[in-house]
Write a protein that binds this ligand. Structure first.
Ligand SMILES: Cc1cc2nc3c(=O)[nH]c(=O)nc-3n(C[C@H](O)[C@H](O)[C@H](O)COP(=O)(O)O)c2cc1C
Length: 383
């Protein structure tokens, strides 16, 4: 199992460090915790020992039966993550002071180092801290920017430790290797076509599957852009641009560069010929004329270069394989993921299943699994 080292320092937000540890564990990473002496005044090493199942290192001069651990520890890990990082540890890292285990470990570490500052806004914006953070950046450290919000000092401002899930996402997406250097674009969610100023025709796609693909690709090290419909309530740390109509999505796709494009958005096939200004008043029956929307998948596939891959998606209610194969050929995509949808299947649920059909007619069944797992399987089938 892969491992990271989590350095915890004497910040009030040290209470969030166990959550960071748990987030790594959820993704099947092992965590070894190193604490500063001052961090132990905020949270007990026992908490981390119980959660990680491994001894927590605080004292540089403790029983040295394991040899020079501050030199060796990083060799067995993929990264050193210091979260929360105090102004003090940042200053020590920036000037090369090594007067405790964590600061010595930092100097000896040849793996990527991530630092998530957490402090009062005054401390963060002080020229000394700003300067030290700049020095760390120049030294190759990746700073996970603190957020704005209410701080422990009862002030509003910048300096709050980044959300644990964001810290873990940023770390894992930096060190992910399987898709390093690959530009992935994912479209997700339902388009909306307006009938009047306040009403539209749409579908129940939540965008969950597309977001899961974008996130998993990012965690595998890909450079990801997500085009997510404005109707989707999904929240993500992936670089996201919102769209509403088929035309808006089309314009984005015509401009974007990609190696692999996942067309997971549920794109509407029809739109009203005319959009009424204002709100149509209640009346007897009304007739609305619809026209077909542009076939963006086909259009994008026609412009595709020989090394680009397009993965189409088809939500079908019956004859999955037949319809999938037909759509794959008609649209000119490289492969298609066909999934059964209905009132209780596919749309909006946490799980998915389906068939991956390749151009040569090969079919790979993807059994029912959480959408995140389905996303991983789709991505791995392309590598
Ligand atoms: C209640 C309390 C909360 C603190 N919170 C922070 C903090 O969020 N960020 C910070 O940089 N320092 C904070 N400090 C100051 C640090 O604990 C102090 O600079 C300490 O020397 C840091 O030691 P370390 O970097 O070795 O862990 C806090 C101090 C106290 C008493």
């Amino acid at each position: 199992m892969k491992r990271v080292i989590l350095g915890v320092t004497g910040s009030i937000s040290a209470y969030k460090a166990p959550e960071i540890l748990r987030e790594f564990q959820k993704r099947e990473w092992k965590v070894r915790v190193v604490m500063t002496e001052n961090a132990t005044r905020f949270i007990s090493p026992l908490t981390f020992l119980a959660l990680s199942g491994e001894e927590v290192i605080v004292d540089q001069f403790r029983d040295l039966k394991n040899g020079l651990e501050h030199i060796k520890l990083c060799d067995e890990a993929e990264a050193l993550v210091v979260a929360p990082a105090t102004a003090n540890i940042i200053a020590k890292f920036a000037s090369g002071i090594a007067d405790d285990f964590l600061s010595s470990l930092y100097l000896a570490c040849k793996k990527p180092v991530f630092v998530a500052p957490a402090m009062n806004e005054g401390m963060l914006l002080h020229p000394a801290t700003s300067r030290n953070i700049e020095v760390l950046k120049r030294d190759g450290v990746i700073i996970i920017e603190p957020e704005e919000g209410y701080l422990a000092c009862e002030e509003h401002g910048k300096g709050r430790l980044a959300e644990p899930s964001r810290i873990v996402f940023e770390v894992l997406s930096h060190i992910g290797k399987e898709m390093k250097g690959i530009k992935v674009v994912v479209t997700a969610g339902a388009t909306r076509e307006y009938i009047d100023s306040v009403r539209f025709i749409s579908n129940p796609s939540s965008g969950k599957q597309g977001v899961a693909i974008a996130e998993e690709a990012a965690l595998m090290g890909a450079n990801v852009t997500l085009f997510l419909s404005s109707s989707s309530a999904e929240r993500t740390y992936v670089k996201t641009e919102r769209f509403e109509t088929v035309e808006e999505l089309r314009e984005k796709l015509l401009e974007v560069k990609y190696d692999i494009l996942f067309m997971a958005a549920a794109v509407g096939d029809f739109r009203p010929v005319e959009v009424f200004e204002g709100k149509i008043k209640r009346q007897g029956n009304i007739n609305i004329e619809f026209e077909s929307t542009p076939d963006i998948l086909k259009e994008i596939a026609e412009r595709k270069g020989p090394d680009q891959i397009i993965v189409a998606f088809a939500a079908e209610t019956e004859d999955f394989l037949e319809r999938g194969k037909k759509k794959l050929l008609e649209k000119g995509a490289d492969l298609i993921f066909v999934n059964p949808v209905g009132r209780d299947k596919g749309f909006g649920t946490g799980e998915n299943q389906g068939y991956l059909i390749f151009k040569d007619g090969t079919v790979q069944e993807i059994e029912r699994a959480p959408k995140r797992e389905v996303a991983r399987r789709l991505l791995l089938s392309l590598l």
